[in-house]
Design a protein around this ligand. Structure first.
Ligand SMILES: *Cc1c(COP(=O)(O)O)cnc(C)c1O
Length: 495
């Protein structure tokens, strides 16, 4: 299996190279040259396996230059002993035909753990294959959850150095505390004045800075990233949709018409993984893309015009406060018949004018697969309250956006095929917002808020969050977006 770039399909690299390199030289994203298929017999086999077995099978189809031993080592390293009850992606029934795919039982209580526990293993294995003896510098721009999950995944991993930038005003106090208290010898955390797009643009600028690349190559320290547009982040996410299907089969759910998948979306990574799973043979009917007030994707799905020229809102679901959804590029590549020139043109338009428009034909293809919807902060809170009252299920603010959009979709379409809703974070990660949504007074002390949420819901505070209690922050860096480059070079001792 080779990987090609969305902006230049003459670029062809093996999986290890795609993972080690992260982004193609001309700025495109790596995609598999073809999407592997799973047969009915494959699914029967997969159904009998645990998550680790399913992950090994799916990854084996994409990472054909890895040996079976390497894949086994990577997958076990990621998912053995790191998630509650060794079940990284359990399904929980919300009501008849509606299932929550709970992706927050890992070390940082958000779905990013599914990818970021595995990525360091994939990356170090890849680098050892294609670029022996190098130290990889991981640069991350985070809207909150990625940063902590990446830090946890990479801390003290040999031959890596990780630097995380988060937008000062775009993360919750708990997310900030999680990152600023991170331990590990090879980690650095820094706040950026601005929003997530500023942080992401800063990291992208460093990646495409030819002079800086040379300075670091010279020191044998290539950059890589843990951002969700990198193949090493995306491929682990396909697994849980395959796994969810196997679990639904096992539970005897009627899947005659397939099932819908609803995903609270930001950078379009999670929902894109569901698309790949669908292409592999998982009978996903519709992909329902849920956005918050930053509903650039909802508008795109309804009009074919992607336009980031609009106000940026800081919402209760900060990990979805994104106006440039990087992974959409891969979807566009598929939708326009894998035409690299067309994709490169749209991305140039986006970079130059903040906007692009796809043809009617591409729009039709998009709408054949996706439904979009959005929900503002009021709707988010209302949904948390209503769902808790009706089902006793306590959702976080991101998952609530998906729940709200799904209810609206169902009302509008009368579509009753079973639905799997991605539950992307523990409500304890956003305890203040969740308490407020329930109409309760929010204690000023964040740890008291956790206790209160626990007593209201009758569920325990997740151990990794409870453990933050006695910790004092280790990092207090704060810089402007333009200073990122210097900050990185200084930290690495390169001048
Ligand atoms: C990152 C994140 C999302 C958005 O996922 P994308 O893959 O970026 O679309 C949704 N919910 C939570 C809790 C997240 O951390």
């Amino acid at each position: 299996m080779q990987y090609i770039s969305t902006r230049d399909s003459s670029v062809r690299v093996c999986a290890a190279q795609a993972i080690a390199q992260g982004i193609s030289r001309e700025g495109g994203l790596f995609v598999p040259e073809s999407i592997p298929k799973l047969s009915k017999e494959d699914f029967e086999q997969l159904q009998k396996m645990d998550y680790i077995g399913r992950a090994k099978t799916v990854l084996g189809l994409y990472l054909t230059d890895f040996t079976a031993e390497e894949i086994d080592r990577c997958v076990r390293g990621a998912y053995s002993g790191t998630f509650d009850a060794d079940k990284p992606a359990p399904l929980r029934q919300l009501r008849d035909g509606v299932w929550m795919l709970e992706l927050w039982h890992g070390p940082t209580c958000a779905f990013k753990d599914l990818a970021l526990q595995l990525l360091p293993h994939l990356l170090t294995t890849s680098v050892a294959k294609v670029a022996k003896g190098q130290k990889t510098v991981i640069l991350v721009a985070t809207s909150g959850d990625t940063g902590k999950a990446a830090l946890e995944g990479f801390k003290d991993v040999e031959n890596t150095e990780i630097i995380v930038f988060y937008p000062e005003d775009g993360v919750s106090p708990m997310q900030k505390l999680q990152m600023d208290t991170q331990d590990g010898e090879n980690v650095l955390v820094c706040a950026i004045a601005g929003n997530f797009d500023d942080a992401q643009s800063g990291v992208k600028a460093i990646f495409t800075d030819e002079k800086m690349r040379q300075q670091l190559s010279y020191k044998n320290m290539p950059f890589s990233s843990a951002n969700s547009s990198y193949w090493g982040r995306l491929v682990p996410q396909i697994v849980y949709y395959v796994s969810a299907y196997c679990d639904l089969l096992e539970r005897g759910e009627n899947l005659q018409s397939g099932f819908n998948v609803v995903v609270p979306t930001g950078n379009f990574g999670n929902i894109l993984a569901a698309y790949y799973a669908k292409e592999m043979g998982v009978p996903i009917a519709r992909l329902i893309c849920a956005s918050n007030a930053n509903h650039v994707l909802t508008d795109f799905i309804s009009t074919g015009i992607y336009d980031r020229n609009r106000p940026f809102y800081t919402t209760l679901s900060p990990s979805m406060d994104i106006l440039i959804s990087s992974n959409l590029e891969r979807m566009l590549f598929e939708l326009c018949g894998r035409d690299d020139k067309t994709v490169a043109g749209w991305q140039a338009d986006l970079a130059n004018s903040g906007r692009f428009q796809v043809s009617d034909e591409v729009l039709k293809g998009l709408q054949a697969l996706f439904s979009g919807g959005s929900c503002d902060d009021e709707g988010t809170k209302q949904t948390i309250r209503d769902v808790f009252a009706a089902t006793n299920y306590l959702s976080d603010t991101h998952t609530a956006v998906a729940l709200s959009v799904y209810e609206a979709y169902r009302k509008n379409t009368q579509d009753t095929v079973p639905a799997v809703i991605a539950s992307t974070a523990s409500p304890y990660k956003f305890a203040a917002s969740v308490l407020e949504a329930l109409g309760l007074k929010v204690p000023a002390d964040p740890f008291e808020a956790l206790e209160k949420l626990s007593s209201v819901s009758g569920t325990p505070v997740p151990a990794p969050i409870e453990a933050l209690k006695g910790k004092t922050p280790r990092f207090s860096n704060r810089i402007q977006g333009q200073e990122m480059r210097e900050f990185v070079l200084k930290h690495l001792g390169v001048h």
